[in-house]
Design a binder for this molecule. Structure first.
Ligand code: SF4
Length: 346
């Protein structure tokens, strides 16, 4: 876990401060607004991983959370979910949702970090945008209780949007946070939150239901392949799982192909020590190889590249592999067959 604080004024404020999980989505944004409206200081934490759909890359260079924090004038600490998180994704204690999303473990992971920040800064509690009954796996009552217990935040985890449906927290009992200003929302509808946003002048927030690629069946399948087939997997493999087209040619070799010029460039950047394959003097996809390859495998990779380069029909194409400053050249004479491609696709 790495953390970067974008500003520090609220941390040194004399007001009681809360630590808020801020994704930049509707719920967490209005919770921050609600806390500010009670005269509390807010230190926002934004957790990022390769699976966030609200990352700077997908939002014109600025994360949603950063935009929201700026619009609300609160400090933001960006928390990077690293290998410790990925190991949880591989083997969660409390299971998966509909994809490879380990929502209960994920919430506990984030709240454990938030609890540490709360203690470090002297904040009175951690607040989240969770709403009772909104998400089937992690926001029913038993899950909320389990998450609170496992994150070591008993009595110090406030869910302001559903506070009246849950036991009072310590700062509410002590009168530091006015319980009568908290809400009683439940269920999946976002209409009440949209009304609150309008009423409180909240204009900057992300998609109302947020986004996590771990719920995507395609990304989940690729990630499962990584966990099952790559004994030495690392963060690069997790990031690669979110990009391009993926093929497993045999148990020891995976090929990742860019779908456009942007993805080709990103694959080149992300490849590091992994072999990169492309045509020598023709446009076409860039491929990254993961695993071990023999000479025959390279012939297959060349044929696979040709399937996604319609302009190379009928001619022989020179192909090049680059790895650690060395090059290997060969010729792709034809394209892989449709049934072969289908059998390799992950
Ligand atoms: S949807 Fe993704 S980010 Fe959200 S709690 Fe589940 S695993 Fe974590």
């Amino acid at each position: 876990m790495n953390a970067e604080t974008l500003s520090s004024s609220a941390v040194v404020s004399n007001r009681p401060t809360v630590v808020a999980l801020l994704s930049g989505g509707l719920d967490s944004t209005i919770v921050v607004r609600l806390m500010l409206d009670q005269g509390l200081g807010v230190l926002a934490l934004n957790f990022v991983s390769p699976f966030c759909t609200c990352s700077p890359r997908k939002n014109g260079g600025c994360s949603l959370a950063a935009s929201v924090a700026k619009s609300l004038d609160v400090d933001l600490r960006v928390m990077v979910k690293g290998m410790d998180y990925l190991r949880i994704v591989k083997r969660p204690r409390f299971g998966y949702g509909r994809g490879l999303n380990p929502c209960i473990d994920c919430r506990i992971y984030m709240l454990l970090q938030a609890a540490a920040v709360m203690r470090e800064t002297g904040a009175v509690c951690v607040v989240t945008g969770e709403v009772l009954g909104q998400r089937p796996m992690s926001q029913h009552r038993r899950a909320l209780d389990l998450i609170e217990r496992e994150s070591g935040l008993a009595g110090r985890l406030l869910r302001p949007l559903s506070a009246h449906l849950l036991p009072p927290t310590i700062p509410e009992l002590e009168g530091v946070i006015p319980r009568d200003r908290m809400l009683d929302l439940s269920g999946r509808s976002r209409s009440p939150q949209l009304a609150i946003a309008k009423e409180r002048g909240v204009e900057v927030f992300g998609c109302p239901s947020g986004g996590c690629l771990l719920t995507d069946p395609v990304i989940s399948r690729r990630l499962k392949d990584v966990f099952d087939r790559c004994p030495d997997w690392d963060e690069r493999d997790a990031r690669l799982a979110t990009l391009g087209r993926h093929f497993r040619l045999h148990p020891g070799l995976k090929v990742i192909l860019g779908r456009d010029a942007g993805e080709n460039a990103r694959l080149e950047q992300m490849a590091g020590p992994l072999p990169v394959v492309s045509f020598v003097d023709k446009p076409g996809p860039t491929a990254v190889l993961r695993g071990s390859h023999a000479e025959n495998d390279l012939l297959v990779v060349g044929r696979l590249l040709r399937c996604y380069s319609p302009k190379t029909t009928g001619e022989s194409v020179a192909v090049r592999l680059r790895c650690n400053g060395r090059e290997t050249l060969w010729t792709a004479h034809d394209s892989a067959r449709e049934d072969e491609v289908a059998s390799w696709a992950i």
